[in-house]
Design a protein around this ligand. Sequence first.
Ligand code: NAD
Length: 548
Amino acid sequence: MAHDPHGPGSAELHDPETDPLATYVLEPDDVRPLLARVVASPGAATHTSLAPFTGAPIAAIPLSTPDDVARAARAARAAQRLWAARPLRERTAVLSRLHDLMLERQSDVLDLIQLENGKARVSAFEEICDIALVARHYAARARRYLAPRRVGGLVPALTSVQVLRHPVGVVGIIAPWNFPLTLTIGDVLPALVAGNAVILRPDPQTALTCLWAAEQLEEAGLPEGLLQIVVGDGPTVGAAVVENVDHVSFTGSTRTGRVVAAQAGGRLVPATLELGGKNPMYVADDVDIEAVAEGAVRACFVGTGQVCVSIERIYVRTEVYDEFAAAFARRTRALRLGAGLDYRADVGSLTSAAQLATVVEHVEDAIGHGATVLAGAVHRTDLGPWFYEPTILADVPAEARLAREETFGPVVALYRVSSDDEAVAAMNDSEFGLNASIWTADTARGAALARRVHAGSVNVNEGYVATWGSVAAPQGGVGASGIGVRHGREGLWETTRLQSVAVQHGVHGLVGGRGPRIGLGRLYGLGAETWPAVFTELLRAMKAARLP
Ligand code: NAD
């Protein structure tokens, strides 16, 4: 749909005539030290990504080859052996210092995130908060999470067992472009604090942000060699990462997740897969409409809707549908859409031409199938190449692609439901199960409904920030949304391997003179028939004593 500059729509902020963004370039002297951090060979080919705000080239990033990835893995392995032997407090201290550096230097990295991703500054700030939360949490909790655990042994008092967690070794992190900091460094930190080294392969579009963060980590005290950054396309460099590591942490689409899972499975290497979503929201009949409309705007359009946990389907009770639709559309149309390295805009640009193409395709296909536009559906070429107005559709039929496929843009569909049960069934009618949101004045009702929703995280009276920001709780998907989690102790455990150590204690003289230990086979001196009878009684006694 063409832009009508006189019609209703989002306020314009970006004036290409006067905005310094139009001429915003990174100085080669600023960028060179960052680029030197990429593991690549002299004379390597380069990738130049385009700034979403303007379509102008950002910087030529050297590209790694599969041989460079193998070299990175060797260096990482050597550094990891020393790192794992260091006291845990040295590892947590790095996270603690990074927390402070992130907050102090936020404006530098906010510029980079916006430049590479195109999101509004207020959305980019979520990434700063996220790294601060994750760093603080693991700095404070890693000791507890990684502590050896004593468990009951086979023969009480005589078999003592400890369950240990060791770092896996080298963790490969493959990340998309939508959260350049959160989905890279946010996963690097737990892997490092667990005693691993990391090979990080950011998306080439957003590599500078990661390279900047690597610089900060070094300043925070991370020893050399532990974080290796490689850049290159997914099928070659991403695949080379999977080939060289002991654990894969992949974030991206379900389609690519299946490829990565198959490759990791072939190597018998575990993989954490954080994949796509088609996240639903339910608006019950007892809500404060304006508060929910405000929450829905954030849940759908933060990060220009390019957020794995953002909402793409809203089921509204018939009783409040019209009122909610009107309030939601009004607030959405009032969003300030624009470019700028400041906090004036509410919503930024899509990140690439490919992303814009998917959004346009999904919206046009839905309209072609009879959907109604309540807001947006306008490509704003006046603001930059890939700006698209936050869009609300109604009457989207089941045959439309948008009804089931992830759009990953600022587009949401509204549907009517007439009961809680119908809402739960509709929310669960998807192959995905990443995030869901339920709004009701009755929080007990919300919590009870949440348990019936097939999703890794459910937010009651919030879109996604409450679960994502509660970093002590695991965050992950079910079904086509992935396997494994990040955050919390379970997230830390993903990059560890378990080892059980059982020590069998001896009782001299008790079992005769042959050995110092109580054997777990036939006891010395007992006949072949007597030993099973004795052990049978022992098993009965253990149950009677309620031993676990
Ligand atoms: P994508 O799957 O196309 O690519 C993800 C990354 O994997 C890219 O950097 C890509 O270059 C790389 N890649 C491609 N082929 C590869 C291969 N064979 N081996 C290794 N790496 C390969 O996804 P995208 O479009 O970049 O990202 C958006 C998707 O990510 C959406 O589906 C979104 O929901 C999902 N996502 C999920 C989460 C989560 O936590 N669950 C978070 C953010 C994004």
